[in-house]
Design a protein around this ligand. Sequence first.
Ligand SMILES: *[C@@H]1O[C@H](CO)[C@@H](O)[C@H](O)[C@H]1NC(C)=O
Ligand SMILES: *[C@@H]1O[C@H](CO)[C@@H](O)[C@H](O)[C@H]1NC(C)=O
Length: 402
Amino acid sequence: MKFFILLLFFILLLESVSSLRVRRVSRIFNVKKYGAQANGQIDDSKAFMEAWKAACRSSGTVNLLIPRGIYLVGPIQFKGPCRNVNSIIVQIQGTLKATTDLSKYKRADWVEFGWVDGLVLTGGIFDGRGAISWPFNECPKQKNCKVLPTNIMFVNTTNTIVEGITSVNSKFFHIGLLGCTNFKGSSIAIRAPANSPNTDGIHLERNRGVSITRSTIATGDDCVSIGQGNSDVTLTRIKCGPGHGISVGSLGKYKGEGDVTGLTVKDCSVTGTTNGVRIKTWENSPSASVAANMTFENIIMSDVVKPILIDQEYCPYAKCDSNSPSRVKISDIKFKNIRGTTKDPEAVTLRCSKGIPCKDITLQDISLKHVGGVRGTVSALSSTCLNVRPTFSGTLNPPPCR
Ligand SMILES: *[C@@H]1O[C@H](CO)[C@@H](O)[C@H](O)[C@H]1NC(C)=O
Ligand SMILES: *[C@@H]1O[C@H](CO)[C@@H](O)[C@H](O)[C@H]1NC(C)=O
C-alpha cells in the first residue's frame, strides 16, 4: 500500500515537472488543411488567414502549423486579441516567400502579429525578396519618403517569445517591434547584402521589456536600432556585421518622442561595420527627450570604422538645416571592456549637443588597435570629445580626450 502511494506521488511529481517544460497543445491548426498549396506559386495568404482565425477563436494552448514547403504570401496580418487562448504557438517548418508586387502592401509590413498575448513564434524562413524593390526606396535620399514594408512586424503584443526564425532580404527593415511589452527573442538569423538600403535587422520603437540573445545579423543598415520610447532592453550575444552596427536612434526627428532608458548591450561582436555602438540624435530636434542609463559591455570590434560614437549632429543627407542643436538629453552611459580593431584612427567620438551637454559618460577598459590605412600605415588612435567630460578608467587605447 505504502509503495503504491509512493509510486502515485512520483508519477504526479513527474507530471508537474514535465508540464512545466512541454507546452501542452490542445489543438493543431495546419495551414494545409485550410487549403495552402505550398508550391511557391499560388498565393497561400487566404489559407493562412483562415487557419489563424480558427486558431485564434479556439481556446487553451493552440498551435498554428506551417509544415515544410514554400508558401507564396502577400501581406498577412495575424491579429488578436484571441480571447480564450492562453498561448498561440506559430510553428513554421517551411519558407514564406513575399509577393513582390508593391501595390499589394497597404500596411508598412509583410507579416504582422498584432494585439496578441502569449504568442510563441518558432522556426521558418521569411524571404522578403527585397532586391526587386530596393531601387524604389527613396529613404536614403529623402527625409519624408514612403517606406517599404518591414518583413516581420510585432505590434502591441504582450509576452511574446520568438526563437529560431530566419529573415532574409527584407524590402525595408527585417523585424520591427512597435508597442510591445515583454518580448523575448533568441536564435534569430538575419541576412541581406551589405549594400541593401534601410534593411535594419531589428528595429524597436515604444516597447517595454525586450531581450534579444544568441542572434546573428548581417545586413545593409543597423543590426539593431533602438528608436524612441523604449525601456528595459537587453541585447546579449549578438553577432553583428556587415551593417551599420548597434545603434540607439536616430532620436529627436519627430515631435512627442518618448525617452530611451535602461539599455544593456553585452557580450556582442561587431565585424566589418561602419559603426560599432552608437547613439545618434538629429539636430533641430522638435522634441526634448531623454536617452539615459545605458551600458555597452564586453564587445569585440573587428575592422569597424567608428567603434564608439555619440553623434548629436546626425544628418544622413547631403545637407540638413543646422540652426539649433539637438535637444535630446544624454546621460549615464557606460562603455566597458570594448576591444578589437578600428579602421578609423579616431576610434572614440563623443560629439554631444551644444545645447545640452552629455552627462555621466564613462569609458572603462577600451583597448582598440588601428588596422591600417590604404598603404597599411598604422596610426596612433585618438578620441574626440565635444560638449562632454567623460570619466575614464582602466586601460585606454585610444587615450582619453583632453
Ligand atoms: C498600443 O497600445 C498602446 C497602449 O498600450 C496604445 O496607446 C496604442 O494606441 C496601441 N497601438 C495601436 C496601434 O493600437
Ligand atoms: C537602469 O536600467 C536597468 C536595466 O533596465 C534597470 O534595472 C535599472 O533600474 C535602471 N537604473 C536606473 C537608475 O534607472
